[in-house]
Every structure is written in structure tokens, then in C-alpha cells.
Design a protein around this ligand. Structure first.
Ligand code: ATP
Ligand code: MG
Length: 278
């Protein structure tokens, strides 16, 4: 079974996260074999991205969501390392600025959507507007509860315009998050990443889980699926995401265009042409 099938949230089905074990490794034999395969997938992604860029007709958007320390930055570092920065943009979405708040919630998102031929990566995304916003009552329920439909319509618009949207929920366990946060605090090299707010958010674990389950249930569609990635093991997280990306690119099958050029004549001009300045 493909990883897409294995880890995709089936559209229209209620998603219960307790069915997905955070330390499971579905489809992977062992760590060493998976890591080796991941390196190959990253190399394949490099070739696919080159073709996507050359083709210049379609784009791919990778959305990363998950609790603090779930590994969003790690995925960007490891899985996206094969992408040529010329055709790849990473955007991290933080709390909205005054200007962003003066617009609708999708305004800042739409501006960051990858152009044709490009790959875009979102570290957090428009989904924060039904996650942190919901958990902290930042806007009234009357308002955020309509956003699932707005998001589905928006992503459908993107799909119609040639953007494939893939959404990854990095599913980390509470105990593993604790371990990673303590490590951040203890390690002077990592301490700068620690934010006291992370502890406040951790105390709202249940609320976030419910909010995530609603996102996964309501916004996983045939065109723009959500994937639940068991993320306690970093090696599995990178393996599963790179594999899903390879499977998706294979389906998209981007092709290097054949320009209508008279290669023979152009070549002759270059070979036989006058030297510069003559
Ligand atoms: P890490 O996982 O490594 O801690 P991070 O993504 O949490 O990285 P931070 O700079 O620590 O990065 O946090 C960004 C913060 O911005 C998050 O707490 C997130 O919930 C918040 N944020 C993002 N989008 C919105 C939004 N639309 N409304 C309110 N807060 C938002
Ligand atoms: Mg954080």
C-alpha cells in the first residue's frame, strides 16, 4: 500500500487521533533501512522539482502543522534539503501583524502561495486561524466556525489553478514533547528556541487535540488531503513525508518542455559565428 493511502485522512470520515499512535512507524522496516530510503527520496525530489520548474505550469504547496517541538523545522531542514532555493519558498506564519489583522485571514496566505513552477512550504499556515484562534478565543466562534468552509473553497480554487496542496499534521505524543522541551531548555545551543509560552500551550493539549481533529475531519479533501504523520521518531517523520512527496510528484509527472528551436541552425551560428568584437 502506498504511503499516501496509509497516512491520508479519508475525506468525509471523522478523524479520531487516538487511532494513530504517535510512536508507530507504519510501512517502515527499521530505522537504518528507512534512513537510507529517505536519502534516495530526497534525491528523487530534487529531480522532480527541476522538472516542475522547467515545466512552469503547476505548483506544489506543502503545509506543516503540529504542536511546538513536533518537528516542523526539522522537516524543512531534512526533507526539503534537495529543493533548489531558486524554485522553493519557505514561509513561517507567526501571530498576524497589525496590517495582516486589518485584512481577511486568507490575505497573507494567498500572497505566499507558490507561483507556477515553484514549491512552497508553510511552517504553520491558515490552519492557525481555526487552531490557536479557536483555542484562545481570539475571534468569536460565529466567525471561526465558518472558516473551515472558507478554507476548503480557497484550497479548491488553488487546485483549479494548478496548485497541489498537501497538508501534514506532525502527530507527536505529550511525553515526547515534554522530553524535547526539556532538552531545549537544558541545551545551551537549543535554549534560544525555548519559549515560556510553549508551556502554556502544552497545558491546553486536549483543546488543541479537539481543534486538530476538527481540522482533519473537515478539511481533508480528495484534491487537498491531510496526512497524519506519527512524529515521535524523527527518522520516521522524514521518511514518511519524503515518501508521500515522491508518490505525489510521480502522479503529477512534470515534464521538461521541448521548445520549438531549430537546434541545428542555432548551434551552427554559435560554432561558426564571428568571434566577439570582429
Ligand atoms: P517551534 O515549533 O519551533 O516552537 P513555532 O512555529 O512555534 O516554532 P514560534 O515563533 O515559536 O514558532 O511561534 C509562532 C506562533 O505564532 C505560534 O504560537 C502560533 O500559534 C502563532 N500564530 C501563527 N498564526 C497565528 C494566527 N493566525 N493567529 C494567532 N497566532 C498565530
Ligand atoms: Mg513555538
Amino acid at each position: 500500500m502506498s504511503f499516501v493511502e496509509k497516512l491520508r485522512v479519508k475525506p468525509g470520515k471523522k478523524c479520531d487521533l487516538s487511532n494513530w499512535k504517535t510512536d508507530s512507524t507504519p510501512g517502515a522496516k527499521d530505522e537504518a533501512a528507512a534512513e537510507k530510503a529517505t536519502l534516495e527520496y530526497v534525491r528523487e525530489l530534487e529531480k522532480y522539482q527541476y522538472k516542475l520548474h522547467a515545466e512552469g505550469r503547476r505548483s506544489v504547496l506543502i503545509v506543516l502543522q503540529g504542536m511546538d517541538a513536533s518537528g516542523k523545522d526539522g522537516v524543512v531542514r531534512h526533507v526539503m534539503s534537495g529543493f533548489d532555493p531558486l524554485g522553493c519558498n519557505v514561509t513561517a506564519f507567526k501571530a498576524p501583524t497589525v496590517e495582516e489583522l486589518a485584512h481577511d485571514f486568507l490575505w497573507r496566505i494567498h500572497r505566499a502561495i507558490p507561483a507556477r513552477g515553484d514549491v512552497g512550504v508553510f511552517n504553520r499556515s491558515h490552519y492557525e486561524d481555526v487552531l490557536v484562534v479557536r483555542v484562545h478565543d481570539l475571534v468569536p466562534k460565529k466567525e471561526w466556525s465558518k472558516r473551515y468552509e472558507h478554507i476548503n473553497a480557497f484550497e479548491s480554487l488553488l487546485a483549479a489553478g494548478g496548485t497541489t496542496v498537501l497538508k501534514f499534521y506532525l502527530h507527536i505524543g505529550r511525553a515526547e514533547q515534554k522530553r524535547r522541551l526539556i532538552e531545549r531548555l537544558d541545551d545551551p545551543i537549543k535554549r534560544w528556541k525555548f519559549n515560556a509560552r510553549d508551556i502554556d500551550e502544552r497545558e491546553l493539549w486536549k483543546e488543541y487535540r479537539t481543534a486538530y481533529e476538527d481540522v482533519l475531519t473537515r478539511c481533508s479533501t480528495e484534491e487537498s488531503p491531510w496526512f497524519v504523520i506519527p512524529a515521535d521518531h524523527k527518522w520516521y517523520r522524514d521518511h514518511a513525508i519524503s515518501r508521500i512527496l515522491v508518490e505525489t510528484f510521480a502522479r503529477l509527472d512534470p515534464e521538461i518542455p521541448e521548445p520549438e528551436l531549430d537546434v541545428k541552425r542555432l548551434r551552427a551560428r554559435l560554432v561558426d559565428g564571428p568571434a566577439r568584437g570582429q
